[in-house]
Design a protein around this ligand. Structure first.
Ligand code: HEM
Ligand SMILES: *[C@@H]1O[C@H](CO)[C@@H](O)[C@H](O)[C@H]1NC(C)=O
Length: 343
């Protein structure tokens, strides 16, 4: 009798251990409050959701390679402003919902391919109306975009995010770093986003191994003199790409002309970004600063030496960034059209 009743507390301790170790292991961002997200959230409500996103991202990548590039930047901009809630994707719709879009912030300059978000969402809506959130769409598309570009494959992105009902135009400039930010400010912003290590930041900025930068974000490093941290021959090349120094010149091309982020492997998400930094061939001032700041430089060197290591750290940091303060449960909504809150 006595021995059987003493089994009860033992069993409940065991159950407690099993239950709660499951909650804390295997989730990177428990501290950032990602509770509610899980792998394959749509396995019952829309079993092919992740497959459909992957197929659409693939199809679009084959038509327009730079769509895959856009998904990476879009996820960063969405998650940097408050949470990964697709606030980025809302259109300015002042009359109906009082929305002023983050897309119209100066920080969003150069963002493209939003119309293809609509294509991915349309495929999901056809199969599973009103089920898969735009916030999850962005996270999954970034994962699949990275893979299409030769980055890490099968990044374990969790799902279950809900869509917000606001866009935070004014906060975009506050939370998304500028091209000439200090390393301290950049580390601070990423910390607030759940990426609290310099290594994760150095990995994530490796996204600048693909895509382009408009000259407006570069000319301060080229004129009147080429930045001393830049390889002079690269400076000469970039001056050729960006001939206008400032607005006083009669045909100012700074907002239309651009340079590739990585001249060597422009469409591959690889460690050429870090290798370029070591040669003084970073484009943005913040990029180049990662190679000289003592907090970040060791990781630049480590990733430059080992692409597989870069991929591993990139995957880890991407997951953490994608889990910044998501709306879950009955918070927010699932938008039918990523551009507008449901009526
Ligand atoms: C300190 C942080 C960052 C700053 C200051 C920054 C800034 C910028 C700027 C100024 C551009 C060029 C925009 C243009 O002129 O067209 C750009 C492009 C881009 N950024 Fe970042 N970025 C940062 C972090 C990130 C992160 C974390 C990601 C993704 C993981 C990312 C992905 C991209 C991509 C893919 C492009 C190319 C977009 C295209 O070609 O359409 N960036 N970024
Ligand atoms: C950063 O660049 C912007 C223009 O893009 C400029 O207005 C600002 O003064 C610069 N900030 C610093 C600290 O140089």
């Amino acid at each position: 009798m006595g021995s059987s009743s003493s089994l009860v507390p033992v069993a409940s301790v065991l159950i407690l251990l099993l239950c709660c170790s499951g909650l804390t292991t295997g989730t990177n961002a428990a501290a950032a409050g990602s509770g509610g997200l899980k792998l394959n959230y749509y396995s019952e409500s829309c079993p092919r959701a992740e497959e459909m996103v992957r197929e659409e991202v693939r199809r679009l990548y084959e038509e327009h390679g730079n769509t895959a590039v856009s998904w990476l930047r879009a996820l960063f901009h969405d998650c940097a402003v408050k949470s990964c809630d697709a606030s980025l994707l809302l259109d300015t719709d002042a009359a109906a919902a009082g929305v002023v879009s983050e897309k119209s912030s100066p920080r969003s300059f150069g963002m493209r391919n939003f119309k293809y978000v609509d294509a991915i969402k349309a495929a999901l809506e056809r199969a599973c109306p009103g089920t898969v959130s735009c916030a999850d769409l962005l996270a999954l598309a970034a994962r699949d975009g990275a893979a299409a570009l030769g980055g890490p494959a099968d990044v374990p992105v969790r799902t279950g995010r809900r869509d917000g009902t606001e866009s935070f135009y004014a906060d975009a400039e506050r939370y998304i770093p500028n091209h000439n930010e200090s390393v301290s400010a950049v580390l601070e912003r990423f910390k607030a986003m759940g990426v609290d290590d310099a290594e994760g930041v150095v990995a994530l900025l490796g996204a600048h191994s693909v895509g382009r930068v408009h000259c407006s974000n570069l000319v301060a490093r080229l004129y009147p003199a080429v930045d001393g941290a830049m390889d002079p021959s690269y400076g000469a090349y970039l001056r050729g790409r960006c001939p206008t120094a400032d607005a006083s010149e009669e045909s100012d091309t700074r907002d239309v002309a651009y340079a590739r982020n990585d001249r060597v492997t422009p469409m591959v998400l690889d460690n050429m970004y870090h290798r370029n930094l070591l040669k003084g061939r970073g484009l943005l001032l913040v990029d180049q600063r990662l190679a000289s700041d003592p907090r970040t430089a060791p990781f630049v060197r480590k990733m430059a030496a080992d692409n597989a290591y870069f991929h591993e750290r990139f995957a880890d940091a991407l997951v953490r960034m994608s889990e910044n303060a998501p709306l879950t449960g009955d918070q927010g909504e699932v938008r039918k059209d990523c551009r507008f809150v449901n009526k």
